[in-house]
Design a protein around this ligand. Sequence first.
Ligand SMILES: [Fe+2]
Ligand SMILES: [Fe+2]
Ligand SMILES: [Fe+2]
Length: 277
Amino acid sequence: MDKDKVITLLNHDLEGEHGAIIQYLTHAYAMGEGEMACEVEAIAREEMRHLDWLAEAIVELGGVPSLERGKMRIGGESVVDWMKNDVLLEEDGVNLYQEHIKHIDDPKIKRLLERILSDEESHHGDFQHFVDKAQREGARDIRGTRTDRVVQTLNWGIEHEYTVILQYMFQSYMTTNKEVKKELEDQAINEMQHLSWLAEKIVDISANPRIEHAEVDRSTKVADMLRADIKIEQEVAAAYDRAAKETEDPDLRELLIRMRDHEIYHTEVFSDLLKKE
Ligand SMILES: [Fe+2]
Ligand SMILES: [Fe+2]
Ligand SMILES: [Fe+2]
């Protein structure tokens, strides 16, 4: 199989991982705190590692990692239904990896996909177990229906965080500058924390986190990347600052100020890197 074909298959796998991450996070947040939510979130983190390995393999082959999100099995009325959907999504993944392993000859890529496949088989078993557990424990959807301005602001925050996570990860794959790559990876992890905090807060105040992203900057020159990053960091720092001043909820204010300070830090890190360019 030629290289371009392999890149296409790996990008398909990567999109599947992206969809799985968002599906599982959506379910974990909607269940609130608790053991099962933590376990589902841990599986989402393993899918993030898969996504990362696939993206690095794609770049090594000379390809560009896809930013598209694959099919999700969102829907279902109860936690039991969600866990059944997660079982089905893992089945989709297992089938796809088995198919791709059959068709790819490159031993290194084959080994990578086999490694991922064994994780997916294990997740499949985990989710089957969660179907029973959800039934037994009567796990429920704890999201509410609040849609006021606070909820809108927090969901705007999620949209921003999701966008920069994709942007910094994409840039970290595309750059050959080691220092820039490392900072982008670090900040992406920090933005993942922000996304979790926001989603948990939204569920906490009886609303529904909306995990969608805005347009991702796809600059490939380091200076252009950093300029785009600085611009978006400045915007979000100002937005969190404004929201912190508006809110009367002291916990929310603390959260917003903490994130604002992180975003200011990110702006400074990126500005220093830009000066060196
Ligand atoms: Fe995966
Ligand atoms: Fe952030
Ligand atoms: Fe940031």
